[in-house]
Design a protein around this ligand. Structure first.
Ligand code: 3SL
Length: 241
């Protein structure tokens, strides 16, 4: 297995696809996705375009669907949900399909959707992702941070480091054998620095501060927990997990 970390979707090689691609948007899209599937959601369908989301979801019965739209951290008017994982209770999501569009997370997923296997990761489901990698041993693995509108997001790269560090521990392989690019080594260093204070990292990083200005402190707390959900969101068909 060779791991590659890309800080943003735009940095992934355009002419290649890995055996396994992992989208990371810790704050908050991939934390929300793990939460929805762990709470019994039927599936998650992702869109970059809000109008297309509305159009496709129209063909689903209202009681079988939920529409989530986020832009700039806030809920898009007319949508039932924004992008808070705390809204995704079992009572609300069980048996329903989540149609979702977010600023960066859904864009990252679309960028990697041609990989043989596509999964999503956040701190809350890290162990499930690592277990999958250890069991399946894909030859090439991309861990792709969603970033913010094309620029680096500290929390996504820290989560990439959390995954990579765990894989190194579980396989006992030397880091230089597993690391396909230098970003893997820097992601592990970043995670090691903050692993005992992920909430502190979220308070320090720019998107965490944006969410704090929107009164999302509880979301930050929730997303800073590690390995609390044993769920592996995996693409079933392009755009559907
Ligand atoms: O950019 C995204 O995809 C979102 O996760 C951003 S937010 O956390 O909902 O603001």
């Amino acid at each position: 297995m060779k791991l590659f970390v890309y800080h943003t979707p735009e940095l992934t090689p355009a002419d290649k696809a890995p055996d396994c691609a992992i989208a990371v948007d810790v704050l908050r899209a991939t934390s929300t996705m793990a939460t929805v599937l762990a709470a019994g959601g039927e599936a998650i369908q992702v869109f970059s375009d809000l109008e297309k989301l509305m159009h496709v979801s129209e063909s689903w019965l209202p009681e079988k669907r939920l529409r989530a739209g986020e832009r700039g951290g806030g809920k898009v008017p007319g949508f039932e949900l924004g992008n808070s994982p705390l809204d995704c209770t079992p009572e609300l999501v069980q048996g329903r399909r989540l149609f979702i569009s977010t600023t960066n997370g859904t864009r990252a997923l679309q960028r990697i959707q041609d990989a043989a296997t596509v999964i999503t990761a956040a701190f809350i489901n890290r162990a499930a992702v690592v277990r999958y990698l250890i069991e399946k041993q894909p030859e090439t693995v991309w861990i792709v941070g969603s970033g913010w509108e094309g620029s680096f997001s500290l929390e996504d790269t820290a989560c990439a480091g959390a995954i990579a560090q765990h894989v190194v521990q579980e396989t006992n392989l030397p880091l230089e054998e597993l690391a396909g690019n230098d970003e893997v080594i820097s992601a592990i260093a970043l995670y090691s620095q903050w692993q005992d204070n992920l909430l502190g990292l979220f308070h320090a990083c720019s998107h965490g501060q944006r969410l704090l200005r929107l009164d999302c402190h509880e979301d930050l707390k929730y997303c800073s927990q590690t390995d609390i959900l044993d769920v592996l969101p995996m693409q079933r068909e392009p755009g559907v997990l």
